[in-house]
Design a protein around this ligand. Structure first.
Ligand code: TYM
Length: 339
C-alpha cells in the first residue's frame, strides 16, 4: 500500500518589510507653507507606503532656542500641528528626539569619523554664524552629525525633506560611508525624497520661506493672520500699474497657485494679460490657503486643548522605538570596541 504524503506546505512568506523612512522637524513655533508643501505633505503621503518615523528635534532646536518654557510649549505645539495636518499615530511613529537619548550617544560616536572640515563647509552652519553672531555655539557646528544619527539609528534609507536639507543629507551619506568602511557595513546611505515644491519662497519672493527670515505664511494661524501675510507678498516687481502685463513665471503668488487649484494656468494667464491684478490673485490665494487648512486648524486647536492626548502619543512613539535604537547601539558599540 502506498501512502501519499501530503505536499509540504510552502513556507509562509514573512510579510514583506516596508522600507523605513525617517524625517525630523524643529519645534520652531510656526508651521509654514514651506514646511507643509516641501515636507509635511510627503510625511503624510508616505506613512502608508513606508514604515515611517517622524521626530520633533528638540535637541537641534537648542542650538538657537534657550528658553526652557518656550521650547517645551513649542515641542507640544509642533506635535499637535503634525497630527492636525494628517500624521496618523496608527500608521507612523511620532516622537520627540530627546525622549530617545541614544541619538546623542550615536552622534558622539559618528563625530569620531567626521572631519571638522566637512562641518565647517556646511551651508547652514555658515548661515547660522551670520544669523546669530553672538551665539555661535559648538552644537551649531556638529548639528549635521546629530541629524545623521537621527536617521541612521533606525537604519532609514529614505528621508522626506525640502531642498534646503540636501547638504545635510549629503553629509549624512559621507558619514555613513566612512563609518561603514572603517567598521564594516552597518548603515544604509540615506537619500532625500522631495515633493513637487522642494523650495517654497517666502513672502519676499526671493529667499526660501523660513521662520528666522520672518517671511512665512503660517498655515495653522488665525485666518486674519494668513490673509495679512499673503497680502504682504511681493509679486512681479516690474508690474507697477494695474494695466501692466504680469510675468507669472517670476511671481511667487502665481507660482503658489499651482498647489491650490486646477485652474492655476488660467490664473497665470489672467496675470499675463492684465485681466486680473496682483491684489485679485493674492485675495484668491489667501481664500484658498485659509480654506485648505481650515479643518487642520480646527483639529490643531482641539489637540492643543487636550495636551495629555498629544503627550501620550509622543510617549508611546518613543517607547515603540526603544528596541530599534538599543539594537543599533549594541551593534555599533560592539563594532567600535566598546564592549
Ligand atoms: P526644519 O525644521 O527647518 O524644516 C522641516 C522641514 O521643512 C522643510 N522646509 C522647506 N521645504 C521647502 N521650502 C521651504 N521654504 C522650507 N522650509 C523648510 C525642510 O526641508 C524640512 O524637511 N535639520 C532639519 C531637521 C532635522 C532632520 C533630521 C530632517 C533634524 N534631524 C533628520 C531630516 C532627517 C530642519 O531643521 O528642518
Amino acid at each position: 500500500m502506498t501512502t501519499e504524503l501530503a505536499p509540504v506546505p510552502a513556507p509562509v512568506a514573512a510579510p514583506a518589510e516596508r522600507p523605513r523612512i525617517f524625517s525630523g522637524i524643529q519645534p520652531s513655533g510656526v508651521v509654514h507653507l514651506g514646511n507643509d508643501l516641501g515636507a509635511i505633505r510627503n510625511y503624510v503621503r508616505l506613512q502608508s507606503e513606508y514604515e515611517a518615523i517622524y521626530c520633533i528635534v528638540d535637541y537641534h532646536a537648542l542650538t538657537s532656542t534657550h528658553d526652557a518654557a518656550v521650547l517645551r510649549v513649542r515641542t507640544r505645539e509642533m506635535a499637535a500641528a503634525l497630527l492636525a495636518l494628517g500624521l496618523d499615530p496608527a500608521r507612523c511613529t511620532l516622537f520627540v528626539q530627546s525622549h530617545r537619548p541614544e541619538h546623542t550617544e550615536l552622534a558622539w560616536l559618528l563625530a569620531t569619523v567626521t572631519p571638522v572640515s566637512w562641518l565647517e563647509r556646511t551651508p547652514t552652519y555658515k548661515e547660522k554664524k551670520l544669523q546669530q553672531p553672538d551665539d555661535v555655539n559648538h552644537a551649531l557646528l556638529t548639528y549635521p552629525i546629530l541629524q545623521a544619527a537621527d536617521i541612521v539609528i533606525y537604519k532609514a534609507s529614505r528621508v522626506p525633506v525640502g531642498k534646503d536639507q540636501s547638504a545635510h543629507l549629503e553629509l549624512s551619506r559621507e558619514i555613513v560611508r566612512t563609518f561603514n568602511s572603517r567598521y564594516g557595513d552597518t548603515f544604509p546611505e540615506p537619500r532625500a525624497v522631495f515633493t513637487d515644491a522642494p523650495t517654497v519662497l517666502g513672502t519676499d519672493g526671493v529667499r526660501k520661506m523660513s521662520k528666522s527670515l520672518g517671511n512665512t505664511i503660517e498655515v495653522l494661524a488665525d485666518p486674519a493672520v494668513i490673509r495679512k501675510q499673503v497680502m504682504s507678498m511681493v509679486t512681479d516687481t516690474k508690474r507697477i500699474l494695474r494695466t501692466d502685463h504680469g510675468r507669472p513665471e517670476v511671481c511667487n503668488v502665481c507660482q503658489l497657485h499651482r498647489f491650490f487649484g486646477p485652474d492655476w494656468e488660467e490664473i497665470q494667464e489672467g496675470e499675463r494679460t492684465a485681466r486680473t491684478g496682483c491684489v485679485d490673485t493674492k485675495n484668491l490665494l489667501a481664500d484658498r490657503i485659509v480654506a485648505r487648512y481650515a479643518a487642520a486648524r480646527e483639529r490643531y486647536l482641539e489637540l492643543i486643548a487636550h495636551p495629555a492626548e498629544v503627550d501620550g502619543i509622543l510617549e508611546e512613539g518613543a517607547d515603540r522605538l526603544r528596541p530599534k535604537a538599543e539594537a543599533t547601539m549594541d551593534e555599533v558599540r560592539e563594532k567600535m570596541g566598546l564592549r
